[in-house]
Design a protein around this ligand. Sequence first.
Ligand SMILES: Nc1ncnc2c1ncn2[C@@H]1O[C@H](COP(=O)(O)OP(=O)(O)O)[C@@H](O)[C@H]1O
Ligand SMILES: [Mg+2]
Length: 338
Amino acid sequence: MILTTESPTNTGSTMADTILTAQELKQHYRVKQGFFKPEATVKAVDGVSFTLKKGQTLAIVGESGCGKSTLGRMLTMIETPTAGAVDFEGHDLLNLDKQKQAELRQKIQIIFQNPYGSLNPRKKIGTILEEPLVINTNMSQAERKQKALSIMAKVGLKEEHYNRYPHMFSGGQRQRIAIARGLMLDPDIIVADEPVSALDVSVQAQVLNLMMDLQDELGLSYVFISHDLSVVEHIADDVMVMYLGKVVEKGKKADIFSNPQHPYTQALLSSTPQLNADKRRTRIKLEGELPSPLNPPNGCAFHGRCIHANDRCHTETPTLQSQKNQLIACHAVEEGRL
Ligand SMILES: Nc1ncnc2c1ncn2[C@@H]1O[C@H](COP(=O)(O)OP(=O)(O)O)[C@@H](O)[C@H]1O
Ligand SMILES: [Mg+2]
């Protein structure tokens, strides 16, 4: 993927204020396994903490099934966590009265991966964009249309698109529409759940560039979810790597990419294509599959796929420790065996 410029907000400044803090967030689902079997618990997210800085991008990466979307649904108040806390500019999001919750919900918007599924095919773009205004504001029809047209212009859509239906657009344009819809209520935070994963690589870069431009222009903070590390290399300020519901590595984008420390991060990075030959890494193959969260391994959840695993890794769950510039949950790193 070729991206033109790095936006100035992506220099990883540590001066930025915190806009959102998640503390020990958990989402444990009770699931039925069959008629005669007892219910089991899926620990989709199991104790995740992070801070999001104003105007910056936190990327959440990890293989499919590691809990990224579940985390996104909790941050946007679509789901209530089993445990933990979320602070958004001094507000405890999990303990709000109905009115305050409705108000703050508008400030944290989510954009989904699939722009085909998330746009109602029977509605015109103008109607789709104005829906959040109809529900949440007292704006007149004329005001709503004006707002829709101004946001459409910001995301690179034309005025004549207002009366068209979603199927008349390409994948990239549909994702622009989805982004526009997310912006209609002037949010502070956008949770983007795999926003470019369904798009052709050439179109991915355009949408990522658009998102970075919008971030600069509107001062947005992003939680950017992706299974693909190469997608977040340009847009992220901070990167958090998840494995089976837990954070295994967290740090500044530059540190994660130049010095990945957790064996899982190293494996993820070596499996992403690198255009630049100097940056090509020795391939660490990621063997096997993500274990089932219904029956997670003891100790470190990654031990079954890790060439550095020893007895301790089979029995004792590692916790996040400060190692150089990152936080890492790995016994091998902690013991200096890597
Ligand atoms: N509503 C649900 N009920 C039961 N299990 C769920 C539910 N939603 C997600 N899961 C499970 O939680 C785990 C994490 O899923 P998800 O958050 O979608 O991961 P990701 O977005 O990283 O692919 C998966 O094992 C998934 O099957
Ligand atoms: Mg997902």
